[in-house]
Structures are given as C-alpha cells and as structure tokens.
Write a protein that binds this ligand. Structure first.
Ligand SMILES: C[S@@+](CC[C@H](N)C(=O)[O-])C[C@H]1O[C@@H](n2cnc3c(N)ncnc32)[C@H](O)[C@@H]1O
Length: 215
C-alpha cells in the first residue's frame, strides 16, 4: 500500500490502530507506533513520573503511555493535530491525565513550560505535507545536539529519541555522547532506532529489540 494511493481507513486497518482514532492520512502514516508504544510502556513506564512527548501529533504514543504515568504532557506545533490528539485521548477516557501545549519546540519559552521526569522526542523527519516544495525537512528540525542539551539542562536527562532506521549510531554518539541505541524491528522489518539517554540506558552502545504484531 503506497502512501499516495491509500485512504485513511486503509491506513487504520493496515497499521492496527483502533478503529475510531482521529487523524488525517499524514498524521496516521506512521509506522506501527502502537506496537512500539506498548513496548516503551513496559520499558520506561513509572506511575510516580511525569512524561512529556515533544512532537506528539495525534497522540498515538501518548494513548499507550498515559496509563503508565502520573501525568503526561504533549507538545506539538500544529493546532489541528493537537485538537485531534485531545479528541483521541478523550475518547479513551485518558484526557484528565494530559496537558497539551501548542508551540514550537525550538522556542525556549515552550520548553520552559515543561516540567517532566522523562522526555520523548519524536524527530519530525517525515512529515510529508510539510515536505512538499520545502527543501530538506531534516534541516528544518531544531539542531539535535542543541535541543537535547536544552532538555537536559532545563527539564530532565532521561530522554528517548525516536529516529528513522537510516540514521546511524555513530551520528548520535558523536552528537550526544553516552547513549543506548536500540534497533527496533517490527515483524522482522527494521522500523526505527530508539535512542535512550540518562537513567533510561540499560546498556551503552547498540542494542536490538524484536517486536511483533498480528492484525
Ligand atoms: C512523527 S509526528 C509525531 C507522531 C506522534 N509521536 C504519535 O505517536 O502520534 C511529528 C509531529 O511533529 C510536529 N512538529 C514538527 N515540527 C515541530 C516543532 N518545531 N515543534 C513542535 N512540533 C513539531 C508535527 O506537527 C507532527 O505532528
């Protein structure tokens, strides 16, 4: 199923999202977030902690992680996707534990509003409708090293970064120093790399996790 030819319903069906999740085709076209979010819940969940997700979009990751935390903060630049995120979390009865902040994560005033014990940063490398005619999208992201340093200094050193499978360990190690770089395979396909910092590191260097789902 190619992205261009698929409908929202096909994507929901194919990717195993719950049937009434709200999102447009672009916000939904994210590879197998539910299965990874479920795994993360078991790995980093802590009911004494507040979790913040930078670039939370329609809240698929949040939906799985909210039950495992005291409170969750979602941040996104896009007002429309945040409205969908609110609806999605209301529908599953989780919104009372959630605070949403609309803003650009490059902006210090936005980062300064966040008080959390763990931060997830979903690097927005793929966003197709913003990619059109806008040159290199990666160059539009906040510089990685600088953003992570700001999070470490102002929020927490316990950070998880979602990164595309093409991005290499050596790059993150050079930029960020001591990390765990986890290759995530879903149904035997290299789906993403997940970078852990601070106390979330189980083992320094490259590790691997194999996840499966059946729909
Ligand atoms: C890959 S999606 C995130 C998916 C999300 N983690 C989930 O589980 O549903 C990327 C999101 O990053 C947001 N984004 C892009 N640049 C941003 C910025 N500078 N500040 C805040 N959000 C941004 C986009 O609006 C988009 O919703």
């Amino acid at each position: 199923m190619s992205f261009e030819n698929s409908s929202v319903l096909e994507i929901i069906e194919k990717r195993g999202y719950r049937k009434n999740i709200k999102g447009d085709k672009f916000s939904l076209y994210i590879s197998n977030y539910p299965v990874n979010a479920n795994y993360l819940k078991s790995r980093i969940g802590n009911s004494d902690f507040i979790l913040a997700e930078l670039c939370c979009s329609i809240g698929i990751t949040l939906e799985y992680l909210v039950p495992a935390f005291k409170k969750v903060i979602g941040v996104d630049i896009d007002k429309k996707v945040l409205e969908k995120c609110k609806n999605n979390l209301q529908e599953v009865g989780l919104f009372h534990k959630v605070e949403l902040i609309q803003g650009d994560i490059s902006n210090n005033n936005v980062l300064n509003q966040i008080k959390a014990d763990i931060v997830i940063y979903d690097i927005p490398f793929w966003y197709p409708y913003k990619q059109k005619n806008q040159g290199d999208l990666l160059a539009k992201n906040p510089p990685l090293k600088e953003l992570i340093r700001k999070i470490q200094e102002n929020i927490t050193s316990n950070i998880v970064i979602f990164a595309p499978p093409e991005w290499k360990y050596e790059y993150f190690k050079k930029e960020l120093g001591v990390i765990e770089f986890e290759h995530v395979y879903i149904n035997n396909k290299h789906n993403r790399n997940q970078v852990y910092l601070g106390n979330l590191i189980n083992e320094e260097g490259e590790t691997q996790i194999k996840l499966n789902y059946h729909i």
